[in-house]
Design a protein around this ligand. Sequence first.
Ligand SMILES: [Zn+2]
Length: 208
Amino acid sequence: MALELSGFYYPNKMARIYVLSIEETIGSEAMQKVYDLAGVPPELYPPPNNFAKAFDFAYYAGIGAALEKMYGLRGERGLALHAGRASFSGGLAEFGAVIGVSELSFKAIPLRAKLKVGLKALAETFSKFSDVIADVSEADNHFIYTIHRCPGCWGRSSDRPICYNAVGVIEDGLRWLSDGKSFAVEEVKCRAAGDEACVFHIRKDPLN
Ligand SMILES: [Zn+2]
């Protein structure tokens, strides 16, 4: 399958966390089939373990589309969410260390303030280390995390939001920041569904 490249790149290390986490569940044979189906070059299996901005958005989204073909939308959702939730322990925290926010989780500041700073740092990290364009704003009861240029749904279309991996990354980031608390993260708009950006609402109060 010929794949039209985007010319926008995701960091290798993040793509690696994504791919290896999915591989852990489905096995390496199935993962190679995913690569095949998606048209991702086999030499990128797995993506290299470095900070280089080199994994094309089209590869990233292609993997999601291949997972959908093989396991259905629910299967893809489960795998991508799980991979997102593995992000910090899998290496995303290292990006935080690079931009100097890794002490944030230990700081004695009010939880909401911490969440706000942390979400902004997450958006900033992605904007710095990839071609993702993201920002954070705030409403009364929730934060609004907006991805204007999103790798998860690049070139895809769907009747519902499909950026599950981003949901998982945000959930895991907030868990890391808040010393283990869970927050409701919902994607309310998605480019794949025809919206202008992928928009996530994050409840300010933890679930547990
Ligand atoms: Zn998206």
